[in-house]
Write a protein that binds this ligand. Structure first.
Ligand SMILES: N[C@@H](CCC(=O)N[C@@H](CS)C(=O)NCC(=O)O)C(=O)O
Length: 194
C-alpha cells in the first residue's frame, strides 16, 4: 500500500493532507514549488492540470480535492471518515467543491453576476445565497454539515473549504461570515454566528 500526496503547504493540498492525517496510514508528501516544479513532464504525466493536490494510491491517480477526500474516506473505512448519511456527505461535498468554491473564488476576485439572468447561468447563483445556504445548514443542530464541522463525530473533509488552521498551516484563511473551526457558537445550537 503506497500513498503519495503531491502538494504545497500554501495550497488546497493542505486539505487533502489533513484528511490523510485523519486516515492515519503512512504516506509520503512530495512538496512541489509553484511554477516550474508543477510543470515538469513527469508531473504533467500525473496531473496534466499542473496543479496540486494530487494523490497517488497504489499507482492510481486522484486529483481534485473533493475527489481525494471522498476517495480516502471510502478507501479507508476503518478511519470512519464517511458518515452513514451518504446523502448528506455527497451533497455537501459537491456543494463545497462546486458552488462554494467558485462563489468564494469569484467573490474574492471581485466578480459578481450583473443581473438575475447571469445568476441563472452561474451554477452557484450568487455569493450571498451560497453563504446563506451554508449558514442555514450550520445553524441547525443535528444536520450533517454542522455536525461534521463542529461536532465530535468523524471529521469530514466536507468542511474543507473552511480551511481550519492545522499544524501544516496555522494561518489558514476562512470563508467570511462563518464560524471558525471547532467553535461552538455561543448559545450552543442556535446560530452560525457572523
Ligand atoms: N480544482 C482543483 C484546484 C487545484 C488548485 O487550484 N490548486 C492550486 C493551488 S490551491 C495550484 O496548484 N495552483 C498552481 C498553478 O496553477 O500554477 C482541486 O480542487 O484540487
Amino acid at each position: 500500500m503506497a500513498l503519495t500526496l503531491y502538494t504545497n503547504p500554501q495550497s488546497r493540498g493542505r486539505i487533502a493532507r489533513w484528511m490523510l492525517e485523519e486516515v492515519g496510514e503512512p504516506y509520503e508528501a512530495r512538496i512541489l514549488d509553484f511554477g516550474a516544479e508543477m510543470r515538469t513532464p513527469e508531473y504533467l504525466a500525473i496531473n496534466p492540470m499542473a496543479k496540486v493536490p494530487t494523490l497517488v494510491h497504489d499507482g492510481r491517480v486522484v486529483t481534485e480535492v473533493g475527489a481525494i477526500l471522498g476517495y480516502l474516506a471510502e478507501a479507508f473505512p476503518a478511519a470512519e471518515l464517511m458518515p452513514e448519511d451518504r446523502a448528506g456527505f455527497w451533497r455537501w461535498m459537491f456543494f463545497v467543491a462546486g458552488p462554494l468554491e467558485y462563489a468564494v473564488t469569484n467573490h474574492s476576485m471581485g466578480f459578481e453576476a450583473a443581473d438575475v439572468q447571469q445568476e441563472g447561468r452561474l451554477g452557484y447563483g450568487s455569493f450571498g445565497r451560497v453563504i446563506e445556504t451554508l449558514k442555514g445548514e450550520l445553524s441547525v443542530a443535528g444536520l450533517p454539515l454542522r455536525r461534521w464541522i463542529l461536532g465530535r463525530g468523524p471529521l469530514s473533509g466536507v468542511a474543507y473549504r473552511l480551511r481550519p488552521p492545522d499544524r501544516h498551516d496555522p494561518g489558514g484563511a476562512r470563508v467570511p461570515g462563518l464560524l471558525g473551526p471547532a467553535q461552538e457558537p455561543s448559545g450552543g445550537a442556535q446560530g452560525a454566528g457572523g
